[in-house]
Design a protein around this ligand. Structure first.
Ligand SMILES: [Zn+2]
Length: 97
């Protein structure tokens, strides 16, 4: 096993609800599917795991706690779909939960 590097982001960030690892920036959200899923163009401190059910959509996992955060669309490199319930919104913003 290699050492895990965790990137600390600056400014408003979305973090993992379980381990508080920094995961994404508000400016990288390009679409929202209601309040349930957010489409990020990039994520930090995550890794992909091949899904057993659909190889076109690997699972996105947090490096801090290995929790499944959402899915990645292989056909579109900008498609990181993250379940809103797995994210803690930026503090002080109107999306803070
Ligand atoms: Zn985590």
């Amino acid at each position: 096993m290699g050492r895990v590097f965790v990137i600390e982001l600056e400014g408003p960030v979305y973090t993992c609800t379980k381990c508080h690892t920094h995961l994404g920036l508000p400016n990288d959200i390009i679409a929202k599917n209601g309040r349930h899923e957010y489409n990020f163009t990039r994520l930090f401190n995550t890794f992909l795991v091949e899904s057993t059910s659909n190889s076109a959509f690997p699972d996105i996992c947090c490096v801090g706690c290995s929790k499944n955060m959402g899915i990645y669309s292989v056909s579109d490199p900008n498609s990181y779909w993250v379940m809103r319930g797995e994210l803690h919104g930026p503090e002080g913003s109107d999306d803070e939960v």
